[in-house]
Write a new protein. Structure first.
Lengths: 379, 319
């Protein structure tokens, strides 16, 4: 009995556990606030609305439907994981990649031209899309490295430039643009550019958007995990992020690291575009603001405690409630309720460091109290 | 003639929106807190004002309604910015993260509630667009009495505020304290200035200014699509702030330069020489951002920003 207690108390002291606990609290408060908004809009249906948001595919009674929509939720999680990793890599290196939306857009141009227009094999399209997004991200890197331009501002400016570039180029290309719907054509599952389903569609009731992409993203998570845990490059990136000047003194090339970090980060944002377009599920719509996914990536990266494995769960959670949110329109709620919940959650996750500090102080105090009590007993 | 005058009217409006919002950002950043949520505060002020314009009865006198709408825009954006202050000053949160969260939050709240307000019997979920033609007429008067050229009189408020802000920053005790809290909070603290309280006031002021900017932005039109937030003006204002090196008069100048390009993207079809070039409209839309980026390249080398921008004030830390 004592052993179990000891195990739990040592578990509680671990940093990772604290992150998980505080993240769960953030999520809970976000959900409660969302529920209050639903109550305010339509008190009668609020409970059912909340069940739909939280249940997502679980509200279907038919098991085939459930599997199908579960597959869809999983397939939509993959790009968000890629996006979160993009934010995570740059953040660890001391940079904030607010330009991920722009990098995503640039990858969309490449995917549309090579995938939809020219019907090239999916993996060539994927690689080229990632390379171009990476190159676009390095513009921010170069501006930071050589001209001291704040990467947050340049990222935001590049988001808008990329948005108009993508809208301008795609809407004027007749072979990729479906002008009736103001969006690009989707990639059909007979196309070469479609990411193969490798039999996973059979597991998910014939839903072919689940496929090799799921395997790819897990591999990428593992690679990023190993990058920071085991490699020199990862160590140098982290060192630059923790204390740029100290890293500089230690002989770590700061400029090289800025390029590496923005390059990897951009490639991952490009991968997010690959995983959301090359399974035929989404198309590029003519929008007037940069795509949301770049900002959602920030949410899930922080909710996941900036840990490669953590972001798998946080991305799934965010997609789960966003998908659930899209099901409540018949009840008179707008799907953006899910957006309110996620943004409240990110807002609160800003408090995590502070809360962890408080928890830590509390622990030290307890420890000290215990020691003094033991001393007194001895006397 | 009308083309020239309406170009001029757009230019004035854009200068005012960017100036007032960038001033807002300046109050926040001078005291040491990143103003990334400028876009969110503008959206929130615009949203609250939009809802007020939608709900206020037409029987109310025009002047009173206008006053109520202006106050609502200011107060709501000011309250919204308290969320930034709470997280970044009191709880020492990451300022970029919180700023991003608030930008998403304000658009999401605006869309959800406006969809709720605009719904009808046949349309269970409304749309995120609000129409306020009556207030468009109230806020906009014919420029020089010429029909077809509109002038938004909120611009006058902004123009009056420019010298006031200049004096506030450089000639008053409050302005100097604000800068001190951003440049060297420990020294400010040692002289008896309450750093966190000063930062709170800076952030709330930034909200008030952004709220006015948001109101001016949406009342340039008779309706507004809230799903687009403040259409990126908050981010442009942030760039204007950096370009203006956190100085009121330079900010005004920066706003002028960006507004030229922003205006160009609106009026180019009616200028024959530009329309005949056959360049895509997206080129003109992207132009202000490209110019902004180029300008940043030349102005960022010398880091003129407040020294402790982005860092929460920690009493125990030796700087």
């Amino acid at each position: 009995m004592n052993k179990i207690k000891m195990f739990f108390s040592s578990l509680l002291k671990k940093d990772a556990t604290k992150t998980v606990i505080t993240s769960l609290w953030c999520a809970l408060i976000g959900l409660i606030l969302g529920f209050i908004i639903l109550l305010f809009i339509n008190a009668k249906e609020a409970a059912y609305g909340m069940t739909s948001v939280l249940g997502n595919y679980l509200i279907f009674s038919n098991p085939q439907d459930r599997l199908n929509y579960f597959g869809q939720t999983l397939a939509k999680t993959a790009p968000l994981i890629a996006m979160s990793l993009s934010i995570l890599v740059s953040y660890k290196a001391g940079l904030f990649n607010l330009g991920a939306s722009g990098q995503y857009s640039i990858a969309v141009i490449v995917i549309s031209f090579l995938g939809i227009g020219l019907n090239w094999p999916w993996w060539i399209v994927m690689i080229l899309a990632m390379i171009s997004a990476s190159a676009f991200a390095m513009i921010s890197g170069a501006l930071k490295a050589y001209f001291n331009v704040n990467e947050v501002i340049s990222g935001i400016m590049l988001n808008w430039i990329a948005l108009y570039l993508t809208n301008g180029i795609l809407s004027n290309s007749t072979n990729v643009w479906d002008s009736a719907h103001s969006e690009t054509y989707t990639i059909s599952n007979s196309s070469n550019a479609y990411i193969p389903s490798i039999g996973l569609d059979k597991v998910f009731a014939g839903n072919s958007i689940v496929g090799l992409g799921m395997v790819l993203i897990l591999i990428v998570v593992a690679v990023i995990f190993i990058l920071f845990k085991k490699t020199t490059i990862g160590y140098e990136l982290k060192a630059t992020g923790l204390n740029g000047d100290a890293a500089d003194y230690a002989g770590i090339n700061k400029i090289k690291n800025i390029f590496i970090a923005t390059g990897i980060s951009g490639a991952l944002a490009g991968l997010a575009a690959v995983l959301s377009l090359q399974n035929g599920f989404t198309a590029w719509r003519l929008g007037s603001t940069p795509p949301d996914i770049g900002f959602q990536g920030i949410s899930s990266a922080f909710l996941g405690g900036l840990h490669p494995i953590g972001v798998i769960f946080s991305s799934y959670f965010i997609v789960h409630i966003t998908e659930g949110g899209s099901m409540i329109t018949d009840l008179g709620f707008s799907p953006e309720v899910a957006s309110i919940m996620t943004s409240v959650i990110i807002y609160l996750s800003g408090f995590v460091v502070f809360v962890k500090e408080v928890m830590h102080k509390h622990e030290i105090k307890n420890e000290l109290n215990k020691l003094t009590r033991e001393k007194e007993e001895e006397v | 003639m009308i083309v020239v005058l309406s170009t001029f009217s757009f230019l004035l409006a854009y200068i005012s929106i960017l100036t007032i919002s960038a001033f807002g950002g300046m109050f926040s950043e001078k005291s040491g807190t990143l103003a990334l949520s400028l876009e969110g505060s503008m959206t929130f002020g615009a949203f609250a004002a939009g809802v007020a314009m939608h709900l206020l009865p037409a029987t109310l006198p025009d002047a009173l309604s206008a006053l109520i709408v202006i106050l609502i825009a200011l107060i709501s954006a000011g309250l919204f910015s308290l969320l930034l202050a709470l997280a970044c000053v009191t709880f020492k949160a990451n300022q970029t993260l919180v700023g991003t969260a608030l930008n998403i939050l304000s658009t999401a709240i605006a869309v959800v509630l406006i969809k709720h307000i605009t719904r009808t019997e046949t349309l269970p979920v409304g749309n995120s667009r609000l129409n306020f033609t009556r207030f468009y007429e109230i806020f906009n008067v014919d420029m020089f009495g010429i029909q077809g050229v509109k002038f938004n009189w909120l611009i006058l408020i902004v123009l009056v505020l420019v010298p006031i802000v200049y004096l506030l920053i450089y000639k008053t005790q409050y302005g100097l304290r604000l800068s001190a809290c951003g440049e060297n909070p420990s020294s400010a603290d040692s002289l008896g200035i309450n750093v966190n309280r000063t930062r709170y006031t800076g952030i709330v002021l930034s909200g008030l200014f952004a709220g006015l900017g948001g109101l001016l932005l949406i009342t340039m039109n008779a309706e507004w699509e809230f799903a687009n937030g403040a259409n990126g003006f908050g981010y442009l204002a942030l760039a204007v702030l950096i370009f203006g090196q956190w100085k009121p008069l330079y900010i005004f100048l920066g706003a002028f330069i960006f507004s030229i390009f922003k205006t160009l993207s609106v009026v180019y079809p009616s200028i024959d020489i530009l329309a005949n070039l056959g360049i895509s409209s997206y080129f003109y839309l992207a132009l202000p951002y490209v110019v902004c980026l180029v300008v940043l390249i030349f102005t960022s080398k010398k880091n003129a920003g407040p020294k402790t921008l982005g860092e929460p004030y920690d009493k125990g830390k030796i700087s």
